[in-house]
Design a protein around this ligand. Structure first.
Ligand code: BES
Ligand code: MN
Ligand code: ZN
Length: 498
């Protein structure tokens, strides 16, 4: 998709469709007003007749509006001022995109005059418009014999005042890159477990490396992980015929002496639970158990495209969790790369088992910060539902930065405590640590487990179990969260380190 900033007169703009806002109670926004004047009151007449009242996300497509060059005008309700939060703004963008797609248009021009969102930050408004319009263009048809109708839209223009042009250009560049990152993550999440295996994830990472000079990818196989002593990670794949992989994506956007930020993703390409087998109902959704890995790949894709001036290392711990005669059994004890031993009381708590070795490995990069992203616990869905990512951290400043990035990116997280009190739930009679801490505070004890491997650096954990995909019905599919949060965090970091 070609995104472009334009500052010319809207009435003489060449486009298949001008998209203008109508405030609550049929108020004309400035761009709507300009069209109204050029057309001798055509819009006010329609508004007076009450065909559209300006309720949030209401739409009305008008054809052959007199006095303008564009072929159509789409009126979009913006709702009341003070009620145009991110959530409503996104609905407005989606409503407009639905009309554009349904009418099979090739080009469209958004002219909201900065009024579609309450927040007056032009960069943020344009970036979100770009990201969210981009998200509406994603459609999954990879494994369908009948392909989706192609979306014909080729160009989206965004109208901005001349003096905001530079800000707007940055916003659409960043927005388009983040939107690509989100689509990358969604696509990987949506692919089934028989296609998206650990080796497939490795190939996708290698392809990213081939595309950008700034990205170098190394894939460690099982023998190499064995050498490193990653017996915990390897124990998860023992029951599977698919070999486990540790994928390291090294992005260099800054000088060699700049210490990197490290992202670590859980890449369980299918989680049956192993010998601690999950119930059958809804088990297909455990193909999404690699969404942490997908968000790392999506974020690396976006930052490479943006050319963010930071060094960032993405690490993906990829394995398939299956039962078999060779599978790890409850009670088995493994030695992690860190030397700590783990009693695996439940083979379904496998995410932490792959992450712990990847987190130990992360230490060799002498990271400034490490953030892991994982669909780690069902308990996180009980705690925070499907709206907020769970955030736990051993560093208050890092936690605050991630929370703020989530707010800015409209990809919110919420912090849970990581107090020492919870650590005792992981005591084991037979090993240094057990891999489960019982039912109470399941998200926290999972993070406590990880915290045993992250003492050497500033670390945060994002539990995306509730937000990484939508279940059931027409909406079922991966969301691409939390690519926007991670990109925003890294963009902020690069701005501050300059
Ligand atoms: N991948 C699951 C977590 C999960 C479950 C995410 C449902 C999204 C929806 C994870 O590997 C898991 O099975 N966790 C267990 C941990 C328990 C055994 C301590 C869980 O949450 O039940
Ligand atoms: Mn599991
Ligand atoms: Zn899992």
């Amino acid at each position: 998709m070609d995104f472009e900033i334009t500052s010319g007169s809207i009435t003489s703009a060449e486009s298949d469709c001008l998209i203008v806002g109508i405030g609550a109670d049929s108020q004309l926004t400035p761009s709507a007003s300009a069209i109204d004047q050029a057309s001798n009151g055509y819009l006010s007449e329609i508004l007076a007749q009450g065909d559209i009242q300006g309720k949030s996300a209401q739409t009305l497509m008008l054809h052959r509006v007199p006095g303008i060059t564009a072929k159509r005008v789409l009126l979009v309700g913006l709702g009341k001022q003070g009620e145009r939060q991110d959530r409503n703004y996104r609905k407005v963008v989606k409503a407009a995109m639905d009309q554009i797609k349904a009418s099979r248009l090739k080009s469209a021009l958004f002219a909201f005059d900065g009024l579609a969102a309450d927040d007056a930050d032009s960069y943020r408004q344009v970036r979100h418009l770009t990201e969210w319009a981009g998200a509406e263009l994603y459609q999954y048809d990879e494994t369908k014999s009948k392909k989706a109708d192609p979306i014909l839209l080729e160009q989206i223009q965004v109208q901005l005042d001349e003096e905001l042009r530079d800000i707007g250009e940055f916003a659409i560049q960043d927005g388009a890159a983040i939107s690509n990152g989100v689509s990358t993550a969604r696509q990987l999440g949506n692919l089934p477990g028989n296609i998206c295996t650990p080796s497939y994830l490795a190939d996708q990472a290698l392809a990213l490396g081939a595309e950008h000079d700034s990205v170098e990818v190394t894939v460690l196989d099982e023998a190499e992980m064995e050498q490193l002593g990653m017996h915990s990670l390897l124990s998860v794949g023992h029951g599977s015929d698919q070999p486990s992989k540790l994928i390291v994506i090294n992005y260099r956007g800054a000088g060699d002496n700049d210490k990197p930020h490290v992202l670590v993703g859980k890449g369980i390409t299918f989680d049956t639970g192993g010998i601690s087998l999950k119930p059958g109902e809804g088990m297909d959704e455990m193909k999404f158990d690699m969404c942490g890995a997908a968000s790392v790949l999506g974020t690396m894709t976006a930052i490479a495209e943006m050319g963010v001036e930071l060094n960032v290392v993405g690490i993906i711990a990829a394995a398939e969790n299956m039962p078999s005669g060779r599978a790890t059994k409850p009670g088995d004890i493994v030695t992690t790369m860190s030397g700590q031993t783990v009693e695996i009381l439940n083979t379904d708590a496998e995410g932490r088992l792959v992450l712990c070795d990847a987190l130990t490995y992360a230490g060799r990069f002498e990271p400034q910060t490490v953030v892991d992203i994982a669909t780690l616990t069902g308990a996180c869905i009980i705690a925070l539902g499907h709206h907020a990512t769970g955030l736990l951290a051993n560093d208050d400043e890092l936690a605050a930065r991630l929370l703020e990035a989530g707010e800015q990116a409209a990809d919110k997280a919420w912090r849970l405590p990581l107090w020492d009190e919870f650590q005792e739930q992981l005591d084991s009679n037979f090993a240094d640590i057990a891999n489960i801490g019982g039912r109470p505070a399941g998200t926290i004890t999972a993070a406590c487990f990880l915290s045993r491997f992250t003492k050497e650096y500033r670390w945060a954990h994002l539990d995306i179990a509730g937000v990484a995909w939508k279940s059931g019905g027409k909406e079922k599919g991966a969301s691409g969260r939390c690519v926007p949060l991670l990109c925003q965090y890294l963009l902020n970091q690069s701005a501050d380190e300059e």
